[in-house]
Design a protein around this ligand. Structure first.
Ligand code: AMP
Length: 430
């Protein structure tokens, strides 16, 4: 069978690598891919942008693709699955209607409220309906969110009502373009964050291995928010009891609710959660796709054939399959370019990839491109070095051995990925 992966980041490299590993898969195409996918056995890059829906449909038809898996949110939100389905092409992901869960935070909040799923109290405003007096009356801190897609940048934690007012006005004034036309203002929730990712087929749900990412740029969870500087799987914060609670209070009502609302959800569904001190799993956001970098360590642990799981989901038969996981831990360290996340320097030559290839674990590429025989940096997050090990500490050692094997000018990475899991793994100190 032939598989098409849409996207060009680390998540898509991991998806392509995983699908290519299946014996029944003859070839994986990646649109547009990166230097890592270009060099992967059985994988071929095609120069089609992930947002060009018409070109993607043509590609799938001309290449007789049997299964397409969408990596990033943008094509899902603009309706890539609807475009494929209209041509009878199998494409794993939610419809445009269901993808509004990520495409519009205003929609998601209204959905959560309607279906009684725990989430922060909030109000949604446009510049016309904005109620500054209401904002001033709220207790700080407040969280101000651009409703539309803003590449993870459209969230401001305001420590005063005045700061919240300023953040909302900046969003209305176009700071995040059309994404800020509607603004959600919500209460700040204390607790520990966790991500929970499942596959859904409209009715049934298959939970994937748990994972946790690190959003801040610098060690000790300091510095600006990023797309994610590392992740590990499993995430010990999600205990079996919490797992059951998230399924019961968040995932199952969400899938039932989407179905009841006439937009059954097929695809990966990612719930970003804040676990309150009393254990309540509050939904911070939904993503309609896999996380990046959570996918890289997660897929390193997946022992099952991902294409079989996706096909079962597309047939509405997720209840007939199960996913097997390597019981070892996997941990991924993102290596970013100089200046990330603000002013990214690109075009630097990456060395040491051959040395790294001889070590255990795997380096997934994100912002890279081939130039002759050289691999150059071409984006903010450049590589993700993933180690496996008996426990988080061993996985961490292997991941950092990989990261230390590569080099380019200005490369940066965190040195403490997995610190929360490690503090749970170690016996308590007195
Ligand atoms: P989001 O894109 O909505 O997940 O928000 C990005 C990040 O902002 C989250 O990962 C949290 O760290 C933080 N955040 C968002 N909403 C809240 C909230 N209501 N209370 C506390 N932190 C939040």
């Amino acid at each position: 069978m032939k598989v098409l992966i849409v996207g060009g980041g680390g998540r898509e490299h991991a998806l392509a690598w995983k699908c290519a590993a299946a014996a029944r898969v003859s070839e994986v195409l990646v649109a547009p891919g990166n230097a890592g996918t270009a060099r992967e056995p059985k994988v071929r890059n095609v120069e089609v942008a992930a947002e060009d829906l018409a070109a993607l449909v043509d590609l799938a038809r001309n290449e007789r693709i049997d299964l397409t898996i969408i990596g990033p949110e943008a094509p899902l939100v603009t309706g890539v699955v609807d475009a494929f389905s209209a041509q009878g092409l199998k494409c794993f992901g939610p419809s445009q209607a269901a993808a509004q869960l990520e495409g519009s935070k205003a929609f998601a909040k209204e959905f959560l409220r309607r279906h009684g799923i725990p989430t922060a109290q909030s109000r949604t405003f446009t510049s016309a309906s904005f109620d500054a007096a209401w904002v001033s009356r709220q207790r700080a801190p407040l969280v101000v969110k651009a409703s539309g897609l803003a590449s993870g940048k459209g969230v401001v934690i305001a420590s005063s009502a005045a700061e919240a007012l300023g953040a909302a006005q900046a969003m209305f004034a176009g700071q995040f373009g059309a994404a800020g036309r509607e603004v959600v203002i919500e209460e700040f929730l204390p607790g520990e964050e966790a991500s929970f990712i499942v596959m859904a087929d409209g009715t049934h749900v298959l939970p994937l291995a748990t994972s946790q990412d690190h959003k801040r740029l610098r060690d000790g969870d300091q510095g600006p928010n990023t797309g994610g500087m590392g992740a590990y799987s499993p995430a010990p914060v999600v205990t079996p009891a919490l797992h059951a609670r998230i399924m019961r209070e968040v995932i199952e009502p969400a899938i039932r609710g989407l179905s009841a609302d006439g937009m059954p959800y097929t695809g990966f569904l990612y719930a970003g959660l804040m676990i309150a001190p009393d254990g309540t799993p509050n939904v911070l956001e939904f993503n309609c796709r896999l996380g990046d970098p959570e996918t890289q360590p997660m897929l390193m642990r997946l022992a099952s054939d991902l294409t079989v799981l996706c096909e079962a989901a597309l047939a509405g038969q997720l209840d007939t399959v199960s996913a097997q996981w390597d019981r070892r831990a996997a941990l991924g360290v993102v290596i970013a370019a100089e200046g990330y996340p603000e002013a990214v320097r690109t075009g630097d030559v990456i060395t040491g990839l051959e040395r790294a290839a001889a070590l255990p674990g795997k380096i997934f590429h994100a912002g890279t491109r081939l130039a002759g025989s050289e691999v150059l940096t071409s984006g903010g997050r450049v590589l993700c070095a993933v180690g496996l090990g008996e426990g988080v500490a061993a996985a961490q050692r292997n991941a950092y051995a990989l990261a230390s094997a590569v080099h380019w000018r200005g490369m940066q990475f965190r040195h403490d990925i997995g610190h929360r899991a490690l503090s749970r793994e170690l016996p308590p100190r007195d």
